[in-house]
Write a protein that binds this ligand. Sequence first.
Ligand SMILES: [Zn+2]
Length: 506
Amino acid sequence: MRAVKILALTVACSVMAIGVSLFRASDASLVRLNSISPALAEPGHSDGEADIPSSPDPARPESAKSTPLPDFVPQPHALTRSDASGAAGEDPEGPPPTDSSSGPTDTAPADTTTGSVPPDDTASTPAADATTTGSVRTGIDISSKTRKVSITVEPIPGLTSPKTPVWPTFIGAKNLFGQAKKPAPMEARAIGSYSRGCLAGAVPLPIDGPAWQEMRLSRNRNWGHPQLIALVEKFAKDAQKLDGWPGLLVGDIAQPRGGPMITGHASHQIGLDADIWLTPMPNYRLSAKQRETKEATSMLDDTSLAVNTKVFTSKQVALIKRAASYPEVERIFVHPAIKKALCQAAGTDRTWLGKVRPWYGHYYHFHMRIKCPEGMTVCTPQPPPTGDDGCGKEVDQWLAKVIPAKGPPAPKPPGPPRAPRPPLMLAELPKECQAVLAAGPDAVKIPREALLTTAQVKKALAKAAAVNTALAKASTVAGSKASASDLAKSPALRPHLHKSATADPK
Ligand SMILES: [Zn+2]
């Protein structure tokens, strides 16, 4: 066994080189992401709505096609790095958040740094260079079936572990649909499922009506399928006339072309979902500024496990019951404490309660979802409610799930850097959604890199994870032995390790 010297530079270069290959797809993405309006790129909003369940979509084979990653060549000598956009809570099929406060968060690309790198991994330093390019050496353990080579790790000046791992970023479907300012001038269609789809031929809910006012106008999310918009208007008038409700404050419906959003909401993608505040409309017209800043009132008491009866009254009960009374309304989502209160207030007429489902969040607004429009085959329906009122075990189990955590959150266990959840990619939505983006004079351009499949994105993230792990070890474990198997797993380092071992056989 004999020490084999590999120059730190070689390691650094190879790590950076794989960085370049990983970032090929993402450099262009960064440019695109930066071009998105800052308002859209801003992280979360105050009313963080947790994922809404929807029927499982038909199995989508995770793209068995092995299309290679597009070859977006980066600037020859500059590597742009960016933190990935986390997109927690955005995956409609992922596990639900663990508590009501864990609203969706988005991290805008940030912390870009530039460094000098070799143009490509293929330009890896030949072994002979090792003797001429520097004085700092990195040792690495290599194990193989035929021989063992032991190398000691030494600190590498100038190569420190980044405080946060560096991840490639991608153009998710939300980045495209978030750019749409106007609807697709097409026949009205709700395409796909509530949490994976888009909307053609959307119409806006007028920001003011006889019995409603639209809130948060800057988000431009007052668009919906014509059937939903008509129903919201009817509901507003009915509630005012029949239930004495002063009028609706309407929250998010959908974007002009539907689709996933930069902030909040896993669903609301096909123009069939609308959020209605549980705070009554004031008896004056709110200014644009007030519509942005007016705070919604939580219906919960201090325990967060029951409603505050000072604000949640028979008026709110009647409002939700009215919404559930329409045959086209299939589901209504409310906080479990509100569901419990409705169960207690319902009396003998309980048929409507089955439509009202407990879910995270939803303590200042409720979410009204209508069925797929009759005969619309491009719309993926959900299974209808079972008819059970959900007031038994179910609501209590939900309440147990949303008990607020005591004390600060537990620190993250140490371990290798975990890759962020990949964004929902355009390829995961129905094909027609590309036509929806591309329609009309206000079309949204679809760059090539936005067409990556989720499988390709996951592959790139897995590579980045390997590099981040290798980088963290190589740069911080000064004087100790690096784990050969871990380093050898890094595609960036493998060729160099192999070369070294071959050059210096035992
Ligand atoms: Zn909603």
